[in-house]
Design a protein around this ligand. Structure first.
Ligand code: FE2
Ligand code: FE2
Ligand code: FE2
Length: 408
């Protein structure tokens, strides 16, 4: 296994862009919550290490939500079963050694301060979780107020009152005091606008350094995000995982380097990242999509690429993942690239994607047996869409390809 030199902050923040897409219209929620929380904690004088943890956890705090319908409920100030997404998010963080230290911050980001006293947690953890809770509720209030006026300055007193009324019950009194001070200025509210909040996050990344991380660590981080994508619909459960395993297996059959095979696995895990923006009902629909719905689905590979291309060290992974709907004859999307522009690795991802999807049940058809999958792939190779040498390799190892694509 090889090492990858990447900036971990940059990777986490870029991947979290995908989470922000779940909001569909209410995007950048994670980034705004990170900004608000960090401003309060900086004012409170927290040391850099605690600020870093707070910032990362805040950016990822809603990772337990991949369904657009559930995201819509986050917009309520308080809602039934809100603990569910906290538990799901914390379990995801637990699955990755790099994110494990942040899991309690996500687990308790909807816990009232006066109830958190009974928890067996260090004070610093309770405070950080509560700080994210406060920041989260501020951003949700902003969303509610935007309906009445686009200028948050007209709503800030009302939002500040809502928070202050919960001082000592929902929120730790000291944190509320810090929030009241930082939010007294107009600049605090202007900075919540998209371009400013993105700049704030970019500065945070700029201050951190690239580091060497082992492939296994990087894969477990990437898996957190592929699981979020796959959890979006019961039909696509483990799709990304299956595409990744099959792409890697095919790379090995072609004797590609171990490094390339690892990168194929990462590209497979990440190829549908942009699907987080697609409304759930389109993935569950059992009839033909309308033109508008198809346009919404079609943008997902473009979104995948635009998120991944920002991670230095993963440029090839971004390209291979982003090209998974391009076809050799130029009939694919989003750029209608043709064989001279589509790398062999991208073609592997494309073939693995079609194979795995056909091997799974979809709302409009049952899972197909290996022989039927192969017949469809061969048809697509003959019509010049898929790479014929890859389809021939699949034919030579058909039972194994089927097993790899479905075994998780
Ligand atoms: Fe949230
Ligand atoms: Fe796709
Ligand atoms: Fe896919």
């Amino acid at each position: 296994m090889s090492n990858f030199k990447i900036n971990l902050h940059e990777a986490i923040y870029s991947l979290s862009d995908a989470l922000d897409l779940v909001g569909v219209t209410h995007i950048h929620h994670g980034k705004r919550v990170a900004y608000i929380a960090a401003e309060c904690a900086k004012h409170a004088g927290w040391p850099t290490r605690r600020l870093d943890d707070l910032f990362q956890a805040a950016i990822l705090h809603d990772c337990g939500v991949s369904k657009t319908l559930i995201h819509a409920r986050l917009a309520q100030f308080e809602w039934e079963n809100e603990a569910e997404h906290c538990l799901d998010g914390a379990a995801l963080m637990q699955s990755c050694a790099l994110l494990q230290p942040l899991s309690d911050l996500v687990r308790y980001h909807h816990t009232h301060w006066d109830r958190s006293e009974a928890l067996d947690l260090p004070l610093a953890t309770r405070l950080a979780a509560n700080c994210i809770y406060l920041a989260d509720r501020v951003d949700i209030s902003c969303l509610g107020m935007r309906g009445t006026s686009n200028n948050l300055l007209l709503s800030r007193d009302q939002i500040r009152t809502q928070i202050y009324e919960r001082r000592g019950t929902w929120f730790e009194p000291g944190l509320v005091d810090h929030f009241m001070e930082v939010s007294a200025s107009e600049g605090f509210w202007f900075a919540l606008e998209s371009e400013h909040v993105s700049g704030y996050v970019a500065r945070w990344i700029f201050d951190s350094q690239p580091m060497e991380i082992a492939f296994a660590e990087l894969r477990s981080l990437v898996r957190v995000f592929s699981r979020i994508v796959d959890a979006k619909s019961t039909f696509t459960r483990e799709h990304s995982e299956g595409v990744a395993s099959l792409a890697r297996y095919l790379g090995e059959q072609f004797d590609l380097t171990p490094r390339t095979c690892e990168m194929l696995e990462l590209a497979g895990l990440l190829h549908d990242l942009g699907k987080l923006r697609v409304p759930d009902e389109l993935l569950e629909k059992n009839s033909k999509l309308t033109a508008l719905e198809y346009a919404d689905v079609q943008r997902h590979s473009f979104d995948t690429y635009s998120i991944l291309k920002n991670i230095h060290g993963l440029e090839d992974v971004a390209l291979w993942a982003g090209q998974h709907h391009e076809r050799m004859d130029g009939s694919g999307y989003p750029y209608h690239q043709s064989s001279s522009q589509i790398s062999f690795e991208s073609r592997i991802i494309a073939a693995a994607d079609v194979f795995q999807a056909l091997a799974q049940t979809r709302p409009y058809r049952q899972a197909l047996p290996p022989a039927e999958i192969l017949a469809i792939l061969q048809g697509q190779a003959e019509s010049g869409k898929l790479d014929a040498s890859i389809v021939a390799k699949i034919e030579a190892h058909l039972p194994e390809c089927h097993r790899v694509a479905l075994a998780n």
